[in-house]
Write a protein that binds this ligand. Structure first.
Ligand code: ADP
Ligand code: ZN
Ligand code: MG
Length: 477
Protein backbone atom coordinates (compact mmCIF):
# COMPACT_ATOMS: atom_id res chain seq x y z
CA UNK A 1 0.00 0.00 0.00
CA UNK A 2 1.19 3.52 -0.76
CA UNK A 3 1.15 6.14 1.96
CA UNK A 4 1.06 9.91 1.80
CA UNK A 5 2.13 12.54 4.29
CA UNK A 6 -0.24 15.10 5.78
CA UNK A 7 1.45 18.16 7.24
CA UNK A 8 0.21 21.20 9.13
CA UNK A 9 2.50 23.95 10.39
CA UNK A 10 2.32 26.24 13.39
CA UNK A 11 4.61 29.17 12.67
CA UNK A 12 5.53 31.71 15.32
CA UNK A 13 6.64 35.10 14.12
CA UNK A 14 7.89 38.00 16.24
CA UNK A 15 6.16 41.21 15.24
CA UNK A 16 8.21 44.22 14.21
CA UNK A 17 7.14 46.72 16.86
CA UNK A 18 9.24 49.24 18.72
CA UNK A 19 8.06 48.14 22.13
CA UNK A 20 6.81 44.93 23.70
CA UNK A 21 3.24 43.71 23.80
CA UNK A 22 2.08 44.89 27.23
CA UNK A 23 4.75 47.35 28.37
CA UNK A 24 7.06 50.03 27.02
CA UNK A 25 10.24 47.94 27.07
CA UNK A 26 12.06 47.96 23.73
CA UNK A 27 11.53 45.06 21.36
CA UNK A 28 15.13 44.57 20.30
CA UNK A 29 17.42 41.60 19.87
CA UNK A 30 20.93 41.20 21.23
CA UNK A 31 20.95 43.33 24.40
CA UNK A 32 22.66 42.08 27.56
CA UNK A 33 20.41 39.63 29.42
CA UNK A 34 17.60 41.14 31.47
CA UNK A 35 18.28 44.73 30.48
CA UNK A 36 15.02 45.28 28.56
CA UNK A 37 12.67 44.33 31.36
CA UNK A 38 10.19 45.95 33.72
CA UNK A 39 7.69 44.79 36.36
CA UNK A 40 5.12 44.04 33.63
CA UNK A 41 7.22 41.71 31.48
CA UNK A 42 8.78 40.17 34.59
CA UNK A 43 5.27 39.36 35.77
CA UNK A 44 5.63 41.00 39.17
CA UNK A 45 2.46 41.10 41.27
CA UNK A 46 0.10 44.03 40.91
CA UNK A 47 0.98 45.10 37.36
CA UNK A 48 -1.49 45.58 34.54
CA UNK A 49 -0.85 45.00 30.83
CA UNK A 50 -1.68 47.63 28.21
CA UNK A 51 -2.05 46.23 24.70
CA UNK A 52 0.34 47.53 22.05
CA UNK A 53 -1.89 48.91 19.29
CA UNK A 54 0.74 48.49 16.57
CA UNK A 55 0.94 44.79 17.40
CA UNK A 56 -2.84 44.60 16.97
CA UNK A 57 -2.51 46.36 13.60
CA UNK A 58 0.22 43.98 12.45
CA UNK A 59 -1.92 41.03 13.50
CA UNK A 60 -4.88 42.25 11.50
CA UNK A 61 -2.57 43.19 8.62
CA UNK A 62 -1.32 39.60 8.58
CA UNK A 63 -4.91 38.40 8.53
CA UNK A 64 -5.59 40.59 5.50
CA UNK A 65 -2.41 39.39 3.77
CA UNK A 66 -3.51 35.82 4.33
CA UNK A 67 -7.08 36.36 3.11
CA UNK A 68 -8.49 35.79 6.59
CA UNK A 69 -11.72 36.92 8.17
CA UNK A 70 -11.22 39.55 10.87
CA UNK A 71 -13.88 38.79 13.48
CA UNK A 72 -15.57 41.79 15.07
CA UNK A 73 -14.90 40.22 18.46
CA UNK A 74 -11.66 38.66 19.67
CA UNK A 75 -10.24 38.19 23.13
CA UNK A 76 -7.16 37.16 25.08
CA UNK A 77 -6.75 34.12 27.28
CA UNK A 78 -4.28 32.83 29.78
CA UNK A 79 -2.49 29.60 28.96
CA UNK A 80 -1.29 28.36 32.32
CA UNK A 81 1.92 26.47 32.72
CA UNK A 82 4.77 26.37 35.15
CA UNK A 83 8.22 26.83 33.66
CA UNK A 84 11.06 29.23 34.37
CA UNK A 85 10.77 31.02 31.00
CA UNK A 86 7.45 32.51 32.09
CA UNK A 87 7.69 34.44 35.32
CA UNK A 88 3.92 34.94 35.33
CA UNK A 89 3.27 31.20 35.12
CA UNK A 90 1.00 31.85 32.19
CA UNK A 91 1.29 33.08 28.62
CA UNK A 92 -1.29 35.44 27.19
CA UNK A 93 -2.66 34.13 23.92
CA UNK A 94 -5.92 34.04 21.95
CA UNK A 95 -7.49 30.66 22.55
CA UNK A 96 -10.99 30.36 21.14
CA UNK A 97 -11.59 33.84 19.68
CA UNK A 98 -8.55 34.72 17.55
CA UNK A 99 -8.16 38.02 15.75
CA UNK A 100 -7.99 36.41 12.30
CA UNK A 101 -9.17 33.10 10.88
CA UNK A 102 -10.14 31.06 7.80
CA UNK A 103 -7.74 32.36 5.19
CA UNK A 104 -5.25 30.96 2.72
CA UNK A 105 -1.82 31.46 1.21
CA UNK A 106 -1.13 30.75 -2.46
CA UNK A 107 2.44 30.05 -3.49
CA UNK A 108 4.54 28.48 -6.18
CA UNK A 109 5.55 24.99 -5.20
CA UNK A 110 8.87 24.04 -6.71
CA UNK A 111 9.05 27.39 -8.48
CA UNK A 112 6.47 26.32 -11.06
CA UNK A 113 4.30 29.27 -12.04
CA UNK A 114 1.81 27.08 -13.84
CA UNK A 115 -0.69 26.39 -11.12
CA UNK A 116 -0.33 27.73 -7.60
CA UNK A 117 -0.51 25.67 -4.44
CA UNK A 118 -3.01 26.83 -1.85
CA UNK A 119 -2.63 26.16 1.85
CA UNK A 120 -5.56 27.12 4.03
CA UNK A 121 -4.76 29.18 7.08
CA UNK A 122 -6.73 28.14 10.14
CA UNK A 123 -5.93 31.27 12.07
CA UNK A 124 -3.28 33.80 12.95
CA UNK A 125 -3.55 34.79 16.59
CA UNK A 126 -1.59 37.09 18.81
CA UNK A 127 0.32 35.97 21.85
CA UNK A 128 3.44 36.94 23.73
CA UNK A 129 6.90 35.50 23.55
CA UNK A 130 8.45 34.12 26.72
CA UNK A 131 11.92 34.31 28.23
CA UNK A 132 14.85 32.35 26.90
CA UNK A 133 16.53 29.72 29.06
CA UNK A 134 20.22 29.00 28.79
CA UNK A 135 21.74 25.98 30.43
CA UNK A 136 25.23 26.26 31.83
CA UNK A 137 27.38 23.62 33.51
CA UNK A 138 25.80 23.61 36.93
CA UNK A 139 22.95 26.05 36.66
CA UNK A 140 20.51 27.60 34.20
CA UNK A 141 19.70 31.22 33.45
CA UNK A 142 16.67 32.94 32.02
CA UNK A 143 16.83 36.07 29.90
CA UNK A 144 13.53 37.96 30.02
CA UNK A 145 14.39 40.44 27.29
CA UNK A 146 12.27 38.34 24.94
CA UNK A 147 9.41 37.97 27.43
CA UNK A 148 6.41 39.94 26.27
CA UNK A 149 7.60 40.47 22.69
CA UNK A 150 4.50 40.28 20.48
CA UNK A 151 4.34 36.93 18.78
CA UNK A 152 1.97 35.88 16.06
CA UNK A 153 1.08 32.22 15.71
CA UNK A 154 0.06 31.31 12.19
CA UNK A 155 -1.63 27.91 12.06
CA UNK A 156 -2.10 26.13 8.75
CA UNK A 157 -4.65 23.49 7.91
CA UNK A 158 -3.08 20.07 7.26
CA UNK A 159 -2.89 20.81 3.53
CA UNK A 160 0.80 20.22 2.89
CA UNK A 161 1.90 16.91 1.45
CA UNK A 162 5.70 16.92 1.32
CA UNK A 163 8.80 18.34 2.94
CA UNK A 164 9.51 20.43 -0.15
CA UNK A 165 6.03 21.88 -0.09
CA UNK A 166 6.38 22.77 3.59
CA UNK A 167 9.68 24.46 2.81
CA UNK A 168 8.23 26.50 -0.04
CA UNK A 169 5.20 27.45 2.06
CA UNK A 170 7.45 28.75 4.84
CA UNK A 171 9.52 30.79 2.43
CA UNK A 172 6.42 32.22 0.77
CA UNK A 173 4.98 33.11 4.18
CA UNK A 174 8.22 34.79 5.15
CA UNK A 175 8.32 36.76 1.88
CA UNK A 176 4.80 38.03 2.48
CA UNK A 177 5.43 39.03 6.11
CA UNK A 178 8.71 40.74 5.31
CA UNK A 179 7.31 42.59 2.32
CA UNK A 180 4.46 43.95 4.43
CA UNK A 181 6.76 44.92 7.31
CA UNK A 182 5.03 42.58 9.76
CA UNK A 183 8.28 40.95 10.84
CA UNK A 184 11.94 40.92 9.93
CA UNK A 185 11.71 37.12 9.99
CA UNK A 186 15.39 36.77 10.90
CA UNK A 187 15.71 33.07 11.72
CA UNK A 188 19.10 33.48 13.32
CA UNK A 189 17.61 35.89 15.80
CA UNK A 190 14.78 33.50 16.50
CA UNK A 191 12.18 35.76 14.91
CA UNK A 192 10.54 32.82 13.13
CA UNK A 193 10.03 29.45 14.77
CA UNK A 194 8.02 26.59 13.47
CA UNK A 195 6.42 23.45 14.88
CA UNK A 196 5.58 20.75 12.42
CA UNK A 197 2.62 18.37 12.68
CA UNK A 198 2.77 15.34 10.45
CA UNK A 199 0.89 12.10 9.98
CA UNK A 200 0.64 9.54 7.23
CA UNK A 201 -2.35 7.78 5.67
CA UNK A 202 -3.00 5.38 2.80
CA UNK A 203 -3.16 7.28 -0.49
CA UNK A 204 -6.74 7.97 -1.48
CA UNK A 205 -8.17 7.90 2.05
CA UNK A 206 -9.44 10.89 4.00
CA UNK A 207 -9.26 10.18 7.76
CA UNK A 208 -6.15 11.67 9.32
CA UNK A 209 -3.53 9.50 10.97
CA UNK A 210 -2.17 10.10 14.45
CA UNK A 211 -0.72 13.60 14.65
CA UNK A 212 2.95 13.72 15.50
CA UNK A 213 4.33 17.09 16.41
CA UNK A 214 8.00 17.86 15.89
CA UNK A 215 9.75 20.65 17.74
CA UNK A 216 13.19 22.20 17.88
CA UNK A 217 13.93 23.04 14.25
CA UNK A 218 15.88 26.27 13.97
CA UNK A 219 15.75 26.83 10.24
CA UNK A 220 13.44 26.16 7.32
CA UNK A 221 15.88 23.62 5.98
CA UNK A 222 15.77 22.02 9.44
CA UNK A 223 12.01 21.68 8.96
CA UNK A 224 12.58 20.07 5.60
CA UNK A 225 15.19 17.68 6.94
CA UNK A 226 13.04 16.77 9.94
CA UNK A 227 10.19 15.87 7.59
CA UNK A 228 12.53 13.96 5.28
CA UNK A 229 13.41 11.84 8.30
CA UNK A 230 10.01 11.64 9.94
CA UNK A 231 7.77 10.81 6.98
CA UNK A 232 9.63 7.62 5.96
CA UNK A 233 9.92 6.69 9.63
CA UNK A 234 6.16 6.82 10.05
CA UNK A 235 5.47 5.01 6.79
CA UNK A 236 7.86 2.21 7.70
CA UNK A 237 6.31 1.91 11.15
CA UNK A 238 2.80 1.66 9.71
CA UNK A 239 3.96 -0.87 7.12
CA UNK A 240 5.40 -2.99 9.94
CA UNK A 241 1.91 -3.03 11.41
CA UNK A 242 2.73 -0.64 14.20
CA UNK A 243 -0.05 1.65 15.36
CA UNK A 244 1.26 5.20 15.63
CA UNK A 245 0.05 7.27 18.52
CA UNK A 246 -0.18 10.99 18.98
CA UNK A 247 3.05 12.30 20.44
CA UNK A 248 5.55 15.15 20.42
CA UNK A 249 9.03 14.45 19.10
CA UNK A 250 12.19 16.44 19.26
CA UNK A 251 14.35 17.06 16.18
CA UNK A 252 18.06 16.72 16.70
CA UNK A 253 19.78 18.80 14.07
CA UNK A 254 23.19 17.20 14.67
CA UNK A 255 22.18 13.58 14.31
CA UNK A 256 19.35 14.31 11.89
CA UNK A 257 16.71 12.26 13.66
CA UNK A 258 13.55 12.82 15.70
CA UNK A 259 13.16 11.31 19.16
CA UNK A 260 10.11 10.89 21.40
CA UNK A 261 9.63 13.81 23.79
CA UNK A 262 6.19 13.28 25.28
CA UNK A 263 3.11 11.26 24.49
CA UNK A 264 -0.49 12.36 24.54
CA UNK A 265 -0.82 11.05 28.12
CA UNK A 266 1.67 13.54 29.47
CA UNK A 267 0.42 16.44 27.35
CA UNK A 268 -0.10 19.64 29.30
CA UNK A 269 -3.48 20.71 30.50
CA UNK A 270 -3.18 24.44 30.13
CA UNK A 271 -6.47 25.34 31.84
CA UNK A 272 -7.11 28.22 29.51
CA UNK A 273 -9.33 30.98 30.83
CA UNK A 274 -10.14 34.51 29.65
CA UNK A 275 -7.50 37.07 30.58
CA UNK A 276 -9.24 39.24 33.16
CA UNK A 277 -6.83 42.17 32.82
CA UNK A 278 -7.45 42.84 29.13
CA UNK A 279 -10.47 44.09 27.25
CA UNK A 280 -11.78 42.05 24.32
CA UNK A 281 -10.44 43.24 21.00
CA UNK A 282 -13.24 44.63 18.86
CA UNK A 283 -11.86 46.39 15.79
CA UNK A 284 -14.20 48.75 13.96
CA UNK A 285 -14.56 48.66 10.19
CA UNK A 286 -12.84 52.04 10.00
CA UNK A 287 -9.87 50.80 12.03
CA UNK A 288 -9.56 47.71 9.84
CA UNK A 289 -9.85 49.96 6.80
CA UNK A 290 -6.84 51.95 7.95
CA UNK A 291 -4.85 48.77 8.40
CA UNK A 292 -5.92 47.70 4.92
CA UNK A 293 -4.12 50.69 3.42
CA UNK A 294 -0.89 49.04 4.57
CA UNK A 295 -1.40 45.95 2.43
CA UNK A 296 1.33 46.12 -0.23
CA UNK A 297 1.52 44.33 -3.52
CA UNK A 298 2.74 40.89 -2.50
CA UNK A 299 5.70 39.16 -4.11
CA UNK A 300 3.72 36.54 -5.96
CA UNK A 301 1.14 39.03 -7.25
CA UNK A 302 3.93 41.26 -8.37
CA UNK A 303 5.74 38.53 -10.23
CA UNK A 304 2.58 37.46 -12.03
CA UNK A 305 1.76 41.06 -12.89
CA UNK A 306 5.21 41.69 -14.36
CA UNK A 307 4.85 38.55 -16.46
CA UNK A 308 1.40 39.58 -17.63
CA UNK A 309 1.81 43.32 -18.17
CA UNK A 310 5.33 43.30 -19.61
CA UNK A 311 5.31 39.87 -21.16
CA UNK A 312 8.44 38.93 -19.20
CA UNK A 313 9.69 35.40 -18.70
CA UNK A 314 9.23 34.03 -15.17
CA UNK A 315 12.94 34.23 -14.40
CA UNK A 316 13.16 37.96 -15.16
CA UNK A 317 9.94 38.67 -13.26
CA UNK A 318 11.35 36.77 -10.27
CA UNK A 319 14.54 38.82 -10.19
CA UNK A 320 12.56 42.05 -10.49
CA UNK A 321 10.34 40.89 -7.63
CA UNK A 322 13.11 39.74 -5.32
CA UNK A 323 14.97 43.00 -5.93
CA UNK A 324 12.18 45.44 -5.35
CA UNK A 325 14.22 48.52 -6.21
CA UNK A 326 15.45 47.09 -9.49
CA UNK A 327 11.86 46.13 -10.21
CA UNK A 328 10.64 49.66 -9.60
CA UNK A 329 13.38 51.04 -11.81
CA UNK A 330 12.40 48.58 -14.52
CA UNK A 331 8.74 49.53 -14.33
CA UNK A 332 9.52 53.21 -14.52
CA UNK A 333 11.67 52.60 -17.60
CA UNK A 334 9.49 50.06 -19.39
CA UNK A 335 5.97 51.34 -18.86
CA UNK A 336 4.59 52.24 -22.27
CA UNK A 337 7.65 51.03 -24.19
CA UNK A 338 7.25 48.47 -26.94
CA UNK A 339 10.18 46.28 -25.98
CA UNK A 340 10.11 45.77 -22.20
CA UNK A 341 12.18 42.60 -22.44
CA UNK A 342 15.16 44.61 -23.70
CA UNK A 343 14.79 47.01 -20.80
CA UNK A 344 14.58 44.10 -18.37
CA UNK A 345 17.85 42.74 -19.78
CA UNK A 346 19.62 46.05 -19.22
CA UNK A 347 18.26 46.43 -15.70
CA UNK A 348 18.92 42.85 -14.62
CA UNK A 349 22.36 42.56 -16.20
CA UNK A 350 24.17 45.83 -16.86
CA UNK A 351 22.53 47.97 -14.21
CA UNK A 352 22.69 45.37 -11.44
CA UNK A 353 26.31 44.60 -12.28
CA UNK A 354 27.39 48.25 -12.36
CA UNK A 355 25.60 48.98 -9.08
CA UNK A 356 27.47 46.10 -7.48
CA UNK A 357 30.84 47.06 -9.01
CA UNK A 358 30.56 50.63 -7.81
CA UNK A 359 28.93 49.75 -4.45
CA UNK A 360 26.08 52.09 -5.29
CA UNK A 361 22.58 51.93 -3.90
CA UNK A 362 20.02 52.26 -6.63
CA UNK A 363 18.48 55.29 -4.92
CA UNK A 364 21.85 57.06 -5.16
CA UNK A 365 22.55 56.09 -8.77
CA UNK A 366 22.80 58.92 -11.31
CA UNK A 367 21.33 56.89 -14.14
CA UNK A 368 17.57 57.32 -14.50
CA UNK A 369 14.89 54.96 -15.80
CA UNK A 370 14.30 57.40 -18.66
CA UNK A 371 17.98 57.16 -19.63
CA UNK A 372 17.88 53.36 -19.80
CA UNK A 373 14.79 53.53 -21.92
CA UNK A 374 16.44 56.06 -24.23
CA UNK A 375 19.44 53.79 -24.54
CA UNK A 376 17.26 50.85 -25.51
CA UNK A 377 15.46 53.04 -28.03
CA UNK A 378 18.80 53.95 -29.60
CA UNK A 379 19.60 50.26 -30.03
CA UNK A 380 16.13 49.28 -31.17
CA UNK A 381 16.06 52.00 -33.80
CA UNK A 382 19.45 50.93 -35.14
CA UNK A 383 21.21 54.16 -34.21
CA UNK A 384 23.80 52.35 -32.14
CA UNK A 385 24.87 48.74 -31.99
CA UNK A 386 24.40 46.59 -28.90
CA UNK A 387 28.14 46.62 -28.38
CA UNK A 388 28.44 50.40 -28.50
CA UNK A 389 25.44 50.57 -26.17
CA UNK A 390 27.54 48.90 -23.45
CA UNK A 391 30.04 51.72 -23.65
CA UNK A 392 27.29 54.33 -23.67
CA UNK A 393 25.66 52.68 -20.67
CA UNK A 394 28.80 52.95 -18.56
CA UNK A 395 29.15 56.65 -19.43
CA UNK A 396 25.51 57.29 -18.63
CA UNK A 397 25.78 55.37 -15.35
CA UNK A 398 28.97 57.07 -14.23
CA UNK A 399 28.22 60.60 -15.36
CA UNK A 400 24.44 60.83 -15.26
CA UNK A 401 24.35 62.19 -18.81
CA UNK A 402 21.83 61.29 -21.49
CA UNK A 403 22.63 58.41 -23.86
CA UNK A 404 21.97 60.55 -26.91
CA UNK A 405 24.46 63.15 -25.77
CA UNK A 406 27.12 60.45 -25.26
CA UNK A 407 26.48 59.06 -28.74
CA UNK A 408 26.72 62.53 -30.27
CA UNK A 409 29.71 63.83 -28.35
CA UNK A 410 31.69 60.65 -28.94
CA UNK A 411 30.49 60.15 -32.50
CA UNK A 412 29.25 56.67 -31.75
CA UNK A 413 26.22 56.53 -33.99
CA UNK A 414 26.04 53.38 -36.02
CA UNK A 415 27.12 53.74 -39.60
CA UNK A 416 24.47 52.42 -41.94
CA UNK A 417 25.52 54.68 -44.76
CA UNK A 418 26.40 52.32 -47.63
CA UNK A 419 29.08 54.56 -49.06
CA UNK A 420 31.18 54.50 -45.90
CA UNK A 421 30.67 50.78 -45.46
CA UNK A 422 31.63 50.12 -49.09
CA UNK A 423 34.95 51.84 -48.54
CA UNK A 424 35.55 49.77 -45.41
CA UNK A 425 34.54 46.57 -47.25
CA UNK A 426 37.06 47.28 -50.02
CA UNK A 427 39.79 47.78 -47.42
CA UNK A 428 38.93 44.55 -45.60
CA UNK A 429 38.84 42.46 -48.77
CA UNK A 430 42.16 43.90 -49.90
CA UNK A 431 43.76 43.26 -46.51
CA UNK A 432 42.55 39.64 -46.28
CA UNK A 433 42.84 38.03 -49.70
CA UNK A 434 42.93 34.49 -48.20
CA UNK A 435 39.52 34.52 -46.52
CA UNK A 436 38.10 36.43 -49.50
CA UNK A 437 39.27 33.67 -51.81
CA UNK A 438 37.91 31.04 -49.41
CA UNK A 439 34.49 32.63 -49.53
CA UNK A 440 34.54 32.78 -53.31
CA UNK A 441 35.50 29.08 -53.30
CA UNK A 442 32.32 28.31 -51.35
CA UNK A 443 33.48 28.54 -47.72
CA UNK A 444 30.56 30.57 -46.42
CA UNK A 445 31.97 30.88 -42.89
CA UNK A 446 34.78 33.10 -44.18
CA UNK A 447 32.23 35.87 -44.53
CA UNK A 448 31.86 36.05 -40.76
CA UNK A 449 35.56 36.59 -40.36
CA UNK A 450 35.54 39.40 -42.90
CA UNK A 451 32.49 40.93 -41.30
CA UNK A 452 34.24 40.84 -37.94
CA UNK A 453 37.21 42.64 -39.46
CA UNK A 454 34.95 45.29 -40.93
CA UNK A 455 33.23 45.83 -37.57
CA UNK A 456 36.63 46.17 -35.93
CA UNK A 457 37.79 48.67 -38.54
CA UNK A 458 34.64 50.72 -37.94
CA UNK A 459 35.28 50.57 -34.17
CA UNK A 460 32.00 48.71 -33.77
CA UNK A 461 29.99 51.41 -35.41
CA UNK A 462 29.12 49.81 -38.70
CA UNK A 463 25.63 48.44 -38.92
CA UNK A 464 26.41 44.70 -38.89
CA UNK A 465 23.53 43.78 -41.19
CA UNK A 466 24.56 46.35 -43.81
CA UNK A 467 28.22 45.33 -43.44
CA UNK A 468 27.32 41.70 -44.18
CA UNK A 469 25.25 42.60 -47.22
CA UNK A 470 27.87 44.90 -48.72
CA UNK A 471 30.71 42.41 -48.21
CA UNK A 472 28.75 39.59 -49.74
CA UNK A 473 27.72 41.67 -52.73
CA UNK A 474 31.32 42.72 -53.37
CA UNK A 475 32.68 39.19 -52.98
CA UNK A 476 30.14 37.72 -55.35
CA UNK A 477 30.65 40.45 -57.91
P1 ADP B 1 -3.73 21.05 18.76
O1 ADP B 1 -5.10 21.31 19.30
O2 ADP B 1 -3.03 19.91 19.36
O3 ADP B 1 -2.91 22.30 18.68
P2 ADP B 1 -4.72 21.32 16.14
O4 ADP B 1 -5.85 20.50 15.67
O5 ADP B 1 -5.02 22.72 16.56
O6 ADP B 1 -3.96 20.57 17.27
O7 ADP B 1 -3.63 21.37 14.99
C1 ADP B 1 -2.38 21.93 15.15
C2 ADP B 1 -1.68 21.82 13.82
O8 ADP B 1 -1.55 20.46 13.44
C3 ADP B 1 -2.38 22.48 12.65
O9 ADP B 1 -1.43 23.09 11.82
C4 ADP B 1 -3.07 21.35 11.95
O10 ADP B 1 -3.20 21.60 10.57
C5 ADP B 1 -2.12 20.21 12.17
N1 ADP B 1 -2.75 18.89 12.26
C6 ADP B 1 -3.84 18.55 12.98
N2 ADP B 1 -4.08 17.23 12.86
C7 ADP B 1 -3.13 16.72 12.04
C8 ADP B 1 -2.82 15.41 11.55
N3 ADP B 1 -3.54 14.36 11.87
N4 ADP B 1 -1.76 15.29 10.74
C9 ADP B 1 -1.01 16.34 10.42
N5 ADP B 1 -1.23 17.58 10.85
C10 ADP B 1 -2.26 17.78 11.66
ZN1 ZN C 1 8.60 45.40 30.18
MG1 MG D 1 -4.32 24.02 18.24
Amino acid sequence: MDYEAVIGLETHVQLKTLSKMWCGCPNVFGSDPNTNVCPVCLGLPGVLPVANEEAMRLTVLTGLLLNCEIPAYAKFDRKNYFYPDSAKNYQVTQYDRPSTQNGWLDFEFGGAPDGLTRVRITRAHLEEDVGKSTHFDRHSGVDFNRAGVPLLEIVSEPDLTSSGMAYDYLNALKDVLMRAGVSDCDMEKGMVRCDVNVSVRPVGTTPLGAKIEIKNMNSFSGVRRALDYEIPRQIEAVRRGEKLRQETRRWDDETGITEPMRSKEDAHDYRYFPEPDLMPFEPTAAWIGEVRTRVPELPLQRKLRLMRDFNLPAGDAQVLTDHLELGRFFEAAATGYKNPKAIANWVINALAARLAETHTEIAAARITPAAVRELVELVDSGRISGKIAQEVFIAVFDQGVSPTSVVESRGLAQVSDTGTIETLADQVIAAHPGPAADFRAGKVAALNFLKGQLMKLSKGQANPAVAGEVLERKLRA
